[in-house]
Ligand binder design. Structure first.
Ligand code: ADP
Length: 165
């Protein structure tokens, strides 16, 4: 009866008045990014578009995060960014990804202690599939994880299976 009843010292148990849906919403609003994030796939900004495509296949991800020589976040690359570059008449082995990526400060990111529901809201608002989980350092942001629509789908399944932290 977790959530339906609460205990108070010297009073005993009492009915909280919360419906099942309210209790579920409470649970969702407590979920943190750190409990559901995946390992990020990052590439250097000087890597060619060709190598980025190969990395996307090998790593089996839909979004690559781009970092500079100091491992700081500088951009993001989606499947369609790479497709767009591929249908042009450009030499894919000689164009670096920093020419075609979406770049900082336009990258939407989150931090490990953010609420998962806020991140889900941002994915919808910005119409993107993924965002990096970052850690603030002196000169910028390091990429420590990633949150994608797949992570959100897994949350839905975990909730249905009552398999949440
Ligand atoms: P696709 O373009 O393959 O459908 P997305 O919807 O994720 O994939 O990407 C749409 C555009 O948004 C792309 O140009 C991509 O570079 C950019 N993008 C992807 N992720 C982010 C992000 N976290 N922040 C800002 N822009 C992003």
């Amino acid at each position: 009866m977790a959530g339906y009843l609460e205990a108070r010292p010297r009073v005993g148990y009492f009915y909280t008045g919360k419906t099942g849906t309210q209790l579920l919403a409470d649970k969702i609003k407590k979920m943190k990014v750190s409990d559901y994030q995946s390992i990020p796939v990052v590439i250097n900004e000087n890597v060619s578009v060709y190598d980025a495509i190969v990395t996307m296949f090998l790593e089996d991800v839909g979004t690559l995060f781009v970092v500079d020589d100091e491992s700081l976040l500088v951009g993001a690359l989606s499947r369609k960014d790479l497709l767009r570059a591929s249908i042009g008449k450009q030499e894919l082995t000689s164009i670096p990804v920093n020419i075609i990526m979406t770049r900082m400060p336009n990258i939407t990111f989150c931090e490990k202690d953010d609420l998962l529901i806020d991140v889900a809201q941002k994915l919808i608002e910005k119409q993107i599939d993924a965002m990096p989980v970052v850690k603030k350092v002196d000169k910028g942001y390091e990429v420590v994880g990633r949150i994608t629509k797949t992570n959100m789908t897994k949350v839905l399944v975990a909730l249905a299976n009552e398999d949440v932290l």
